[in-house]
Design a protein around this ligand. Structure first.
Ligand code: HEM
Ligand SMILES: *[C@@H]1O[C@H](CO)[C@@H](O)[C@H](O)[C@H]1NC(C)=O
Ligand SMILES: *[C@@H]1O[C@H](CO)[C@@H](O)[C@H](O)[C@H]1NC(C)=O
Length: 332
């Protein structure tokens, strides 16, 4: 039968062409939540169940897993680079200043990876596992949910220097941190909303000691830290020693994802300098802090948006990178 060229045939042809056309390499921003719907529909459920068991065993694990995704995305993009151990030409990011003696949860990621590999070999990337794990950790602790855009692939290398330079330090200035966010395409609103992650989890004495004793090199503490709270902190964070002693960043509800973080900032009880400066050093962020302290819904909505934005930082897609079999090393 002949195929007369009709308007509707042209439309069908165009629609087919759109569906069949797959660009040689896909650019950033083309991740989508349905990426594994056909290739590994089980992945989402497997990940959720392993994360939920891990968090049941150790409630802090939710915070640790959420942070891994952040520390992954800020270094060469969300590509699983943080998960690689040192070997051959690879120098692991695990030994960077922000990660050393601090980043944790790697064994949970490997547990997820091996369960997912059993169900669908060589299909789901470690980078995507980190992104889904961050969402599940947020939900499990009472925070917002979002559909995680997927389709990231795993890097073939790591960047120790990138980990040291791109990830903000707790004593960085407001401008330095904002600049580090902007370099990753994130803005001042993302800075405030994503810092709200510090409503769960711990920090070590070494991450805020400077504020307690010698904040600006003049032998004085940070006066923007509430003085009774500072005294309590000094009890377990001495001038010397106790570097690894742990402190809840939101002592009232350390395993509950809520807006307590912003209330703490308003009470001058932000644990890290990088937290408190959101309230004390910039009008726009101060207003956002006040708003999120009053309106948890708006915090949750912005947090979900900003997490998706962070998850879109220069992913490897298409034929770039690989799907690792084991997250801590590249395939050979
Ligand atoms: C804005 C700049 C940020 C700075 C300066 C910063 C710094 C820190 C520091 C120093 C710690 C404690 C580490 C330790 O002492 O072992 C920490 C913990 C944590 N950070 Fe951040 N962070 C920032 C942003 C973020 C973002 C964007 C996220 C997630 C989206 C995040 C999630 C977390 C979580 C959940 C913890 C607790 C981890 C645990 O208990 O294992 N942080 N952060
Ligand atoms: C920030 O902390 C690091 C590590 O403790 C220290 O070397 C550096 O001097 C501090 N920077 C400022 C500006 O205080
Ligand atoms: C505070 O820090 C400065 C600069 O790092 C140092 O020279 C000074 O001795 C310190 N003072 C005290 C009391 O620790």
């Amino acid at each position: 039968m002949a195929h007369p060229i009709t308007k509707s045939n042209i439309l069908v042809f165009l629609a087919l062409a759109l569906v069949l056309y797959s660009p040689p390499e896909t650019a950033a921003g083309v991740l989508y939540p349905q990426f594994y719907d056909f290739s590994c529909p089980q992945a989402i459920g497997i990940i959720k169940s392993v994360v939920s068991n891990a968090v049941a065993r150790d409630p802090r694990m939710a915070a640790s897993l959420l942070r891994l995704h952040f520390h992954d995305c800020f270094v060469k993009g969300c590509d699983g680079s943080i998960l690689l151990d040192s070997s051959g030409t690879i120098t692991s990011e695990k030994r960077s200043v922000p990660n050393r003696d601090s980043a944790r949860g790697f064994e949970v990621i490997e547990e997820i990876k091996s369960a997912v590999e059993k169900a669908c070999p060589r299909t789901v990337s470690c980078a995507d596992i980190l992104a889904m794990t961050a969402r599940d950790s947020t939900v499990l602790t009472g925070g917002p949910s979002w559909d995680v855009p997927l389709g990231r692939r795993d890097s073939l290398d790591a960047s120790l220097s990138g980990s040291n330079q791109n990830i903000p330090a707790p004593n960085n200035t407001f401008q330095t941190i904002l600049t580090k966010f902007k370099l990753k395409g994130l803005d001042i609103i993302d800075f405030v909303a994503l810092s709200g992650s510090h409503t769960i989890g711990n920090a070590r004495c070494t991450s805020f000691r400077q504020r307690l004793y010698n904040n600006t090199g003049n032998g004085q503490p940070d006066f923007s830290l509430e003085q009774k709270y500072a005294a309590q902190l000094r009890a377990n964070c001495p001038r010397a020693g106790g570097d690894q002693n742990l402190f809840s960043m939101d002592p009232a509800s350390p395993t509950k994802f809520d807006n307590g973080y912003y209330k703490n900032l308003m009470a001058l009880k932000g644990l890290l300098s990088s937290d408190e400066i959101l309230y004390t050093q910039n009008q726009q962020t101060m207003e956002l802090v006040k708003h999120y302290a009053e309106n948890q819904d708006d915090f949750f909505k912005q947090f979900a948006k900003s997490m998706i934005k962070m998850g879109n930082i220069t992913p490897l897609t298409g034929k770039h990178g690989e799907i690792r079999r084991i997250c801590r090393r590249i395939n050979t």
